[in-house]
Design a protein around this ligand. Structure first.
Ligand SMILES: [Zn+2]
Length: 160
């Protein structure tokens, strides 16, 4: 049985006038993530962890921000494409663990919906999709609400 671990991290700036998409869920807030796509920091970290676990490079390689195809794209589509790449290489996803770092808003009420969106795309149960959140105790760019960060870890197994 072959197991493969992967880790991913992603950062985005927060800006007025942008939607805040996290984990495939639109969260009401006066600021949103700035980026070429919908800038979903959690889905991007998960994509990178999946690609890393399968030694498939990184998200920028597969979905370059210089390609207009990906302008304002729904990151759920990027995650679907990434899951296909990983499965085509012969791997199944076992579980996902992740941590979001942001000062505001509180995302706890949205976590169950994020878990079900991600579980559906990855073919997992919500029990297999862990999403944790922390502030940085007002320190640094996260504390100043200039940006947000997501970390993800993934375990894959080679399919039978
Ligand atoms: Zn990103």
């Amino acid at each position: 049985m072959g197991y493969r671990i992967g880790s991913g991290v992603d950062f985005h700036q927060l800006a007025e006038g942008r939607d805040l998409w996290i984990g495939g869920v639109k969260i009401p807030h006066h600021k949103g993530s700035l980026g070429h796509s919908d800038a979903d920091v959690l889905l991007h970290a998960i994509c990178d962890a999946l690609l890393g676990a399968a030694s498939l490079g990184d998200i920028g390689q597969h979905f370059p921000d210089t390609d207009s195809t990906y302008k304002n794209i729904d990151s759920k589509i990027l995650l679907e494409k990434t899951v296909t790449l990983v499965r085509d290489k012969g791997y199944n996803i076992i579980n996902i663990d992740s941590t979001l770092c942001l000062q505001a808003p509180k995302i706890k009420p949205y976590v169950p919906e994020m878990q079900s969106v991600i579980a559906r795309i990855c073919g997992l149960t919500t029990e297999d999709v862990s999403i944790k959140a922390t502030t940085t105790e007002l320190m640094g760019f996260v504390g100043r609400e200039e940006g947000l960060v997501a970390y993800a870890s993934i375990l894959l197994e080679r399919g039978v």
